[in-house]
Each structure stands twice: as C-alpha cells, then as structure tokens.
Write a protein that binds this ligand. Structure first.
Ligand SMILES: [Zn+2]
Length: 142
C-alpha cells in the first residue's frame, strides 16, 4: 500500500535504512559515527561525511573505500574500525571511510601517492622491479 510505504520511508535512516526517530535524518548508529570529534580538532564537513557514509553502506555493512573490507563500528582498537579518511590530507571536503589500519598506512599521503607507493611496493615485493620509485609526499609534515 502506497501510504504504508511512504510512512516507512519517512522513518528510515537516510544512510543505512535502519529505523530512526521521526525528526532525525539518520539513525543513532550513523549519528554517532557522524558526530565523532576529529582527533586533530578540525571542523568536519558534515555533508561530505554523510555522503561518504552513504557510499560505504552496502545494505548490510559499511565497507572500506580502499579494500572493500567490512568495517567495525564499535571497537576503536580494531584494525578494521571505521575511520574518516581524507583523500587529500586534511581536506575535510573530500572524505571516504576506511579501515583504521589502511588509514594509518596512508597517513599523510594523497590518494594518488598512496596508490603509486602500494603498487610500487607490490611490484618490488614480487620481484618485478629492482627498486620502488620514490614519491614526493606533498603533505608530509613531520
Ligand atoms: Zn543509519
């Protein structure tokens, strides 16, 4: 029945489809993820994070942007914990979600630098190249 369908859609989370409070736009789980404070004190771009979360939802789980791994949302010590990943370091407008361990590996690299490094390492580890091409990390600030 159309009326029932309409009522149902009004009360579902706009990210994961779980039931939500009538006046809220998303469920408690998604709100908690979106409201996480940034460890470095940056002001998050809420729309960018909302889109990233929607993109990561596969209908059952949140998936890591780089690996497709199923992400953990309730154990911050897990290597698969859902983290906000800046495709360009510190750019809050271009965000994806990624497993904590992948975010740690990528660190201050841009997505392009990260991909080039990983592919370079893979070729080196497989014996397909004599060395790993150097990268010039533009955002490395340590
Ligand atoms: Zn939700």
């Amino acid at each position: 029945m159309p009326h029932t369908e309409e009522q149902k859609s009004i009360h579902n989370c706009t990210v994961c489809g779980q039931p939500r409070h009538q006046l809220a736009y998303c469920c408690r789980t998604c709100k908690k993820l979106l409201d996480r404070s940034d460890a470095r004190g940056r002001q998050p771009n809420r729309d960018a994070r909302l889109n990233a979360l929607r993109d990561a939802w596969d209908g059952e789980y949140f998936r890591c942007f780089y690996t497709g791994w199923r992400l953990c949302i309730d154990d911050h010590r897990s290597p698969f914990y859902l983290t906000w990943e800046h495709r360009t370091p510190r750019d809050e407008d271009d965000i994806v979600v990624a497993a904590a361990i992948i975010n740690d590996m990528k660190s201050d690299l841009t997505e392009d630098e990260f991909r080039r490094l990983i592919i370079g390492l893979a070729d080196y580890f497989r014996g397909r190249s004599e060395t790993v091409l150097e990268i010039n990390p533009l955002y490395y600030t340590r």
